[in-house]
Ligand binder design. Structure first.
Ligand SMILES: [Zn+2]
Length: 228
C-alpha cells in the first residue's frame, strides 16, 4: 500500500517546490529569494515559513534562510513529479506545444491524484525528463541531481550542451528558443560576447541557422553543461 498523500494546500505545495528549486544550487533559500520567486511580499513569506517549520517541512538556518527537511524534500518532489509528468503528458499525448503547458501543470499539479499521475507515467513509458529537459522524480522520490550552469555564464570559445530550459517565465522565451533550435540535447559553441550588452553570439552545431545573437535574459533561462 502506498503512503497516503498528505493534504497540503496548493500554497504550501508551491512554497515547497520553490524552496526545493532555490536550494538546488544554493544551500539555503533566503526570504527575499522566496518572495521574488513566488512574487509575494517578504512579510507573507515570513508567516508561511513559520507554519512550514512548525509542520517540520523546513528548518531555519539563522541569519541565512531556510532549507527543507527530509519530509519537506519528499513532499516537494511529489509536487515536482506531478508537474513534470503532467507537462510531458500534455505535450506527448495531447499535442500541446512546450510553451503552452506550464500554466496548465501549475493548476493540475495540486489536483491530480498520485494514482492518476502514476497511470500517466505508465502511458508515457515512465519518462525520465519533461519536455523542457528537467528530470522527473520517480514515484519513490529519487531525482537525477542537476549540476547545470546557464548559457549566460559560458565563456567565449566554450562548447556546451543544452540540458534543460526554464519554463517558469513568459512563454515567448520558449517560442524563441525553439525557433532558433536552442533546445535540450543540442551542442552550442559560444563564438563571442558582445561587451557591455550582455549578448552572446553562438553557433548551434549541426544547425543550418549560422551564428545567432542571444540576449542575456534568454541565455539565463538555458541550462547547460560544459564539454569535458
Ligand atoms: Zn513547468
Amino acid at each position: 500500500m502506498k503512503e497516503a498523500r498528505a493534504t497540503l494546500s496548493p500554497s504550501v505545495e508551491d512554497y515547497l517546490k520553490t524552496i526545493f528549486s532555490l536550494t538546488e544550487r544554493n544551500e539555503v533559500a533566503s526570504t527575499s529569494s522566496i518572495a521574488a520567486a513566488l512574487d509575494v511580499q517578504p512579510a507573507s513569506v515570513t508567516g508561511m515559513v513559520k507554519r512550514l517549520a512548525g509542520a517540520e517541512l523546513l528548518q531555519h538556518i539563522p541569519y541565512r534562510g531556510v532549507r527543507l527537511t527530509g519530509k519537506g524534500i519528499r513532499e516537494a518532489l511529489r509536487v515536482i513529479r506531478r508537474h513534470r509528468i503532467l507537462e510531458t503528458y500534455l505535450v506527448q499525448q495531447l499535442g500541446y506545444l512546450w510553451d503552452d503547458v506550464h500554466d496548465e501543470a501549475e493548476q493540475l499539479e495540486h489536483a491530480a491524484s498520485e494514482n492518476l499521475i502514476d497511470r500517466m507515467a505508465v502511458a508515457l513509458e515512465n519518462p525520465s525528463h519533461d519536455p523542457h529537459g528537467s528530470p522527473i522524480p520517480t514515484s519513490s522520490g529519487e531525482i537525477e541531481s542537476v549540476d547545470f550552469t546557464t548559457l549566460a555564464e559560458a565563456t567565449e570559445g566554450e562548447r556546451v550542451r543544452i540540458r534543460a530550459v526554464d519554463d517558469d517565465k513568459e512563454p515567448q522565451g520558449l517560442q524563441s528558443m525553439e525557433a532558433r533550435g536552442l533546445v535540450p540535447g543540442v551542442w552550442v559553441r559560444v563564438k563571442s560576447r558582445v561587451p557591455g550588452k550582455g549578448r552572446l553570439v553562438v553557433r548551434i552545431e549541426g544547425g543550418t541557422e549560422g551564428e545567432q545573437s542571444v540576449g542575456d535574459d534568454l541565455a539565463r533561462r538555458i541550462f547547460v553543461t560544459p564539454d569535458t
